[in-house]
Write a protein that binds this ligand. Structure first.
Ligand code: HSE
Length: 303
């Protein structure tokens, strides 16, 4: 059984740990095979972004182990990952691997586990990459589209397919191992009460924009004054990218996941200008980067 799962951009400014969008820019493919045994799991990685993945501690291995334990199935599993999503760049690469693994394995074993339970297992496996479980990237990669998690226990999410283009700016920079964990450690742990109302208002506007297909409203609410200002300090060319893309007609701009990539929302009319604006900002700062226009991707599915 082979499953493809797409990359994702989490938070979207407004929804730390609860909002994310699956995007058709990159994907992983995971092929699993099983044979009678006592739960031995072997992983192998191929593809353009398969280097330096620890074979003892990766999200394919962890998610498969969790799935076997939770469903009380004793088989040996061989997992082949084709890694098409770069890791450590804020594109949900580790989450997509976990998603494709649990989806493929549950189908291979004929388990009737619903998608939200699979997302839960994949999110728990994210601990390997992020130090703590989080469910935004995995839910987007699993369900496809733009998701907003509105309940953690049980895991529940809304899903939307917004129109428009999501332009990714992906700088060619080296990120530290366990980057997401580092970026989570630097986030504030307590907040003054007055920071709550603007956040709640933005989320209301975001959801309204999604229901009414208003790119303006979605874009205006893709911002955050709690996590983003701290992380922005270590995102290459953040201020310039934000200024130039907004001037070029982007409706919204924010950090993709825990960075260092960024994401801008635009429409067909402004797409070229927004991409040029990103390119200009990176060039002026002497940063090599890939600029990729993406659309919401479909759910993780067998191929
Ligand atoms: N919501 C997570 C974070 C996404 O921002 O830490 C990380 O991929």
């Amino acid at each position: 059984m082979k499953v493809r799962a797409y990359c994702s951009s989490a938070n979207l400014g407004v929804g730390f740990d609860v909002a994310a969008i699956a995007l058709d820019a990159f994907y992983d493919e995971v092929e699993v095979s099983v044979k009678p045994g006592n739960g031995q799991i072997i992983t192998e990685f191929h593809g353009p972004y398969s280097e330096n993945i620890p074979l003892e501690d990766n999200t394919a291995l962890l998610s498969a182990r969790l799935l076997l334990t939770m469903s009380k199935v004793g088989v040996d599993v061989h997992i082949k990952v084709w890694k098409g999503i770069p890791l450590g760049l804020g594109l949900g690469g580790s989450g997509a691997t976990a998603v494709a693994t649990v989806k493929a394995l549950s189908l291979e074993l004929g388990l009737k586990i619903d998608d939200m339970k699979l997302a839960l297992i994949a999110g728990l496996a994210e601990k390997a990459a992020a130090g703590s479980p989080h469910y935004d990237n995995v839910t987007a990669s699993l369900l496809g589209g733009l998701i907003i998690i509105y309940s953690l226990n049980p895991l529940r999410a809304l899903r939307f397919y917004p129109k428009g283009y999501f332009v990714l700016g992906i700088p060619h920079v080296k990120t530290p191992p366990r980057k997401t964990e580092v970026m989570r450690v630097i986030t504030p742990k307590t907040l003054p009460l007055e920071m709550l109302p603007p956040s709640l208002g933005r989320m209301a506007a975001f959801v309204s924009g999604l229901y009414t297909n208003s790119l303006e409203l979605i874009g205006q609410s893709m911002t955050d004054d709690i996590i983003e200002p701290i992380r922005a300090l270590i995102v290459p060319a953040y201020e310039k990218l934000k200024k130039y893309t907004k001037e070029a007609g982007a409706f919204g701009f924010t950090i993709s996941g825990a960075g260092p990539s960024v994401i801008a929302l635009t429409d067909e009319e402004h797409l070229k200008n927004v991409m040029s604006a990103m390119s200009k900002a990176y060039n002026e700062e002497n940063i090599k980067a890939d600029i990729i226009p993406a659309k919401p991707a479909s759910s993780a599915s067998p191929i």
